[in-house]
Design a protein around this ligand. Structure first.
Ligand code: CP
Length: 310
């Protein structure tokens, strides 16, 4: 069982809790691989997704994870909900809470929004990405994939390449990999590198090749093309030439290194298009593992919820 009723960030998890989630996800993955994807772990529980930002992988995997474990699952379509009439975040969350919700998965553009909601509802809140702060379930599915492919996390050197400045994925991965004893390097343009990044326990480079050299895991991060208007790098082509992960650069990593990306991928920008293929990267497996890891998290948090007086 996880100590807190909510999963708001990797920062708040212990290494033992991270291991507990990853171990449970192994069993959950077996359920996904079955012909009949139906288990009773969340029978009678209600899981709601409330996403103020776009998503394909995270939202759908929470919904499928809930259904595979027998929960009642529903999504609030924010754009057509009473949010569009001006209802506040807290009032929206409280309204969902008193409908018998046990677990509320929330994505929001503001850092700290899930933490605010968690203080105002009885349901367990899962942070599905908050602004530039954290994306804890992404880091957990990344860790699951690394452990599955490469073994103990503490023995690994992980290189993360791309838009470090705006990435909540890199923050959650840095917290998690540090807690588990891995070595982390990050690389990207200096304009996309937060000045205090090394306080996260990572080594920062503007030379991608130095960061990738000898790595067990190379992770590309999405270049957030919407930021390009701010002129943070000269052009997409230049970015790809200087910072993109391609076949040549990947050869600098260990021979058996794996290539990861949280998705969605800008093909030919942060990684070359030929590498976005099941023979060359584990991106599809990350997506499958995302369902298993979210099943494990939902199950472990559901233990906080017995009878409720509404
Ligand atoms: N990796 C990730 O969070 O993807 P989505 O935005 O599609 O959920």
């Amino acid at each position: 069982m996880l100590k807190n009723k909510d999963l708001l960030g990797i920062k708040e998890l212990s290494s033992e809790e991270i291991t507990e989630i990853l171990d449970h996800a192994v069993i959950m993955k077996e359920i996904i691989q079955k012909n009949n994807k139906k288990a009773p772990h969340l029978q009678g529980k209600t899981v709601i997704t409330l996403f103020y930002e776009n998503s394909t992988r995270t939202r759908l995997s929470f919904e499928l994870a809930s259904k595979y474990l027998g929960a009642n699952a529903a999504n609030v379509a924010v754009g057509t909900s009473s949010v569009a009439k001006g209802e506040s975040l807290i009032d929206t969350a409280r309204t969902i809470d008193v409908m018998g919700t046990d677990i509320l998965c929330i994505r929001h553009s503001s850092a700290g929004a899930p933490h605010l909601v968690a203080r105002n509802v009885e349901a367990s809140v899962i942070n599905a990405g908050d602004g530039m702060n954290e994306h804890p379930t992404q880091a957990l599915l990344d860790a699951f994939t690394m452990r599955e492919k490469k073994g103990e996390l503490g023995n690994l050197k992980v290189a993360i390449v791309g838009d470090i400045l705006h990435s909540r994925v890199v923050r959650s991965n840095a917290y998690l990999l540090n807690k588990m004893g891995a070595e982390v390097t990050v690389a990207g343009p200096s304009t996309l590198m937060p000045p205090e990044i090394e306080k996260l326990g990572v080594k920062a480079y503007t030379d991608v090749e130095k960061a990738i050299k000898g790595a067990d895991v190379v992770m590309g991060l999405r270049i957030q093309l919407e930021r390009q208007k701010k002129g943070l790098f000269p052009s997409i082509d230049e970015y790809s030439d200087i910072f993109g992960v391609n076949e040549e650069r990947l050869k600098l990593a260990k021979e058996d290194a794996i290539l990861m990306h949280p998705g969605p991928v800008n093909r030919g920008v942060e990684i070359s298009s030929s590498l976005y293929h099941p023979d060359k990267s584990v991106i599809d497996e990350q997506v499958t593992n995302g369902v298993a890891v979210r099943m494990a998290i939902l199950y472990l948090l559901s233990k906080h919820h017995g009878e409720r007086s509404l």
